[in-house]
Ligand binder design. Structure first.
Ligand SMILES: [Zn+2]
Length: 457
């Protein structure tokens, strides 16, 4: 029998909350970070991002990045600013989208810093430095950290290139799920099954509720589009630039090409989403069979009659001159920045128009307030009266819902010694912890931010 060894696991971000993902594994004289994300709330860059890191950045050997969402990568440039000179690993799409995303956030973070008179969280040179240290590997290609620790990425099915991080040490495994995809997804392959994890650190964004099915989502989307068009209004869709936008484009593509909705102008009003869509086009080997089938049948899934890309500010400003009805897809997904706020200022007061929310809305964001039925919201520092219809469609979520998270853990329940539930609002996380204890008899817990545990390996 192998002699028992230990690894120390610390939860430095993303514990007891959804954003700021940041975990540290220490052992064999190595320090390994899993993700280094931005804290987000009412601001894109929460002020806590300015706090010193709770470890010495210069001592970190390697960072493994689960996926390119900013709440998983947004403090990597800060890590570099603070002295990190090790290696960064991810899949190819994660690096490509990550670089775009970090550069894109630079502008928003800079504006916020200037407006609220505080230092910037990171600078362009830090992003460029990060890109230099950033290496790419495929799923299942082991990366050695020192002599005895081996790390592989496994497909999480959440966004293009998203991965779970599996660390093997002394014959045992700890799995960091990152964010887990809402499989089956329109474009991506299903989340890989895991059957042999000894420890797991799992997300729980939707740990206490379920999404509507793919069919319901499609039906609802078609209805909302038809409804808004018939009223002669504007359909505003605040969309996250990565995955949600591409999923939506594919679905609208199918509605338009099957003539299920009348022809109208559809604006993709987000430079980031336009550029991310290009990365999707260039990495089709990450798509599932169904999406590849449509592409091989000759259809350009991200283009259809009526679609207009508006990368420049001038083009964006002209959208208002186009006659109604029309559809506008723009970031940010939680209406706390980006171009969607201009459209919301223009059309939230219009009873013919609709705001369609298709993603998670964090507490404190204008998106959350709108979702909860606010009649007045502060958008871009002005009060806006809400007369437009607000509809939420949860089926577009890029996250697994409660039942599917449960099923995922169940797949390896026999081998699990301990489960740490993270990335959720506290009551959601506790609900999921209790479900794992009650129905699978697992040793599950919700770690506190800053907490450390010693694990037997
Ligand atoms: Zn994510």
């Amino acid at each position: 029998m192998a002699i028992s060894k230990k690894l120390k696991l610390s939860f430095f971000g993303g514990a007891g909350e959804v954003t700021g993902s940041n975990f540290l594994i220490e052992g064999e004289g190595k320090k390994i970070l899993i993700d280094c994300g931005l804290y987000q709330g009412s601001k894109i860059g929460d002020l806590r991002n300015l706090d010193p890191l709770l470890y010495n950045a210069a001592e970190i050997d390697v960072v493994f990045v689960t996926h390119a969402h900013i709440d998983h990568i947004g403090r990597i440039p800060k890590l570099i600013k603070d002295g990190f000179r090790g290696e960064i690993y991810s899949t190819i799409p994660t690096k490509e989208i990550g670089e775009l995303s970090l550069m894109d956030s630079l502008g928003v973070l800079g504006k916020e810093a200037k407006r609220d008179n505080h230092p910037v969280i990171y600078r362009e040179e830090d992003v460029l430095h990060a890109v230099k240290l950033w290496k790419t590997v495929g799923y299942h290609e082991p990366v050695k950290v020192g002599e005895n620790i081996s790390v592989v990425f496994r497909d999480a099915g959440h966004i293009l290139g998203s991965a779970m991080v599996e660390i093997t040490y002394n014959g045992k495994k700890i799995l960091f799920t990152g964010d887990l995809g809402n499989s089956p997804a329109p474009l991506l392959r299903d989340t890989e099954k895991v059957t042999d994890a000894d420890y797991m650190v799992i997300e729980s964004v939707y740990g206490d509720r379920n999404h509507e099915s793919v069919d319901e989502r499609k039906k609802k989307t078609e209805q909302v589009i038809e409804d808004t068009i018939s009223k002669g209004g504007v359909l505003m869709i605040p969309a996250f630039s990565i995955e949600r936008t591409q999923d939506l484009l594919l679905e609208i593509n199918n509605l338009v090409e099957n003539k299920r909705i009348p022809p109208v102008s559809i604006f993709l009003d987000s430079p980031l989403a336009i550029n991310v869509t290009k990365i999707y086009r260039n990495n089709q080997d990450f798509f599932n069979k169904e999406a590849l089938g449509i592409i091989h049948g000759g259809d350009d899934i991200f283009n259809f009659p009526g679609l207009k890309l508006t990368p420049t500010t001038e083009e964006s400003k002209k959208i208002i001159d186009y006659p109604n009805p029309k559809i506008i897809i723009a970031g940010s997904g939680m209406s706390n920045g980006g171009r969607i706020v201009h459209h919301e200022q223009n059309y939230l007061g219009d009873p013919r128009s609709t705001l369609m929310l298709i993603g998670y809305q964090a507490v404190g964001t204008p998106g959350r307030m709108l979702q909860e039925g606010a009649k007045r919201v502060r958008i871009n520092a002005t009060e806006v009266e809400v007369k437009a219809k607000v509809v939420s469609i949860s089926g577009y979520s890029a996250h697994k819902d409660g039942d599917h998270l449960f099923k995922f853990v169940k797949g390896t329940a026999d081998t699990l010694k301990k489960v740490f539930v993270v990335h959720g609002e506290p009551k959601t996380t506790m609900f999921f912890v209790q479900r794992l204890r009650d129905y699978l008899g697992l040793n599950a817990m919700a770690p506190q931010a800053g907490e450390s545990v010693e694990l037997d390996f």
